[in-house]
Ligand binder design. Structure first.
Ligand code: MF3
Ligand code: CO
Length: 249
């Protein structure tokens, strides 16, 4: 069942989303060669506390950290650790916050120092895929119009979407109905309505869309070990333009 949020609920979800946005903005400043992903996690923890929120991820199905840090061939759910970022890396930071019982979730992939032209193209396409998906989030459209728009754009640029993970409803829980695949035929699934809050999150691979999970049981990597990028926003559908609640730039 898809929960349609009240005005009051949307206001609360917005405050959680603002925390997420602020943390992404702050973490971006730390993304220099030499920093470990664990240090990023510690900064995230400090900022969450400062903003009166808690990580939506820590403890979720046993997830051990505050944020996810997925570097290069890592697609999503990378666990922060001793790995030092290097010039040329692509670092995805995924932040989820819980504030007063409400949730926000967003992710962004950043270049560390100078990266290859192919890596830059992957970032541009994955970010644009998110925007194209968000553009479809309007009343009257069907859920899979988001999916279809993302997939067709990504494939038209010579990249692949990951099918193993999906976007999701969010708000009173981190994961609510509906699931939002980044692929599919248009015109399927529930009709979208004002008051739906959704986390749209394309994962885009340079090579094949196939992924595997490392022995830590969390980190998803590309099967071919080529690069991947992940962009996510929590949005709210309205009668006019979708509102991006986790905007941070
Ligand atoms: N943004 C991811 C998601 O929506 C992050 C989940 S990490 C987890 O599923 F540890 F909480 F699972
Ligand atoms: Co999410």
């Amino acid at each position: 069942m898809i929960h349609i949020k009240s005005k009051q609920e949307i206001e609360q979800i917005k405050t959680a989303c603002h925390v997420v946005g602020k943390i992404l903005r702050r973490l971006k400043e730390y993304l220099h060669p030499g920093i470990t992903t664990e240090e990023l996690d510690q900064q995230a923890q400090r900022l969450l506390v400062q903003l009166g929120a808690v990580s939506a991820f820590k403890g979720y199905k046993g997830y051990p950290a505050n944020i996810c840090t997925s570097v290069n061939e890592q697609v999503v759910h990378g666990i922060p650790g001793k790995r030092q970022l290097q010039k040329g890396d692509l670092a995805s930071i995924d932040v989820g916050a819980k504030l007063n019982g409400f949730f926000g979730d967003a992710a962004w992939t950043f270049p560390v120092g100078e990266v290859s032209p192919q890596a830059l193209k992957l970032l541009a396409v994955a970010e644009q895929a998110l925007r194209i998906g968000i553009d479809q989030a309007k009343p009257g459209n069907h859920l899979s119009d988001i999916s279809y728009a993302i997939q067709t754009y990504v494939e038209s640029q010579g990249f692949s979407v990951v099918r193993k993970f999906v976007g999701h409803g969010i708000g009173l829980e981190m994961h609510e109905d509906p699931e939002i695949p980044n692929f599919g035929f248009p015109g399927r699934g529930p009709q979208l309505q004002a008051g739906m809050t959704l986390a749209i999150e394309p994962m885009v691979n340079q090579g094949s869309g196939d992924v595997e999970i490392l022995d830590d049981q969390w980190t998803a990597v590309t099967k071919d070990r080529r690069l991947s990028a992940h962009f996510e926003h929590t949005i709210c559908i309205s009668d006019t333009q979708p509102e991006v609640l986790t905007a941070w730039e």
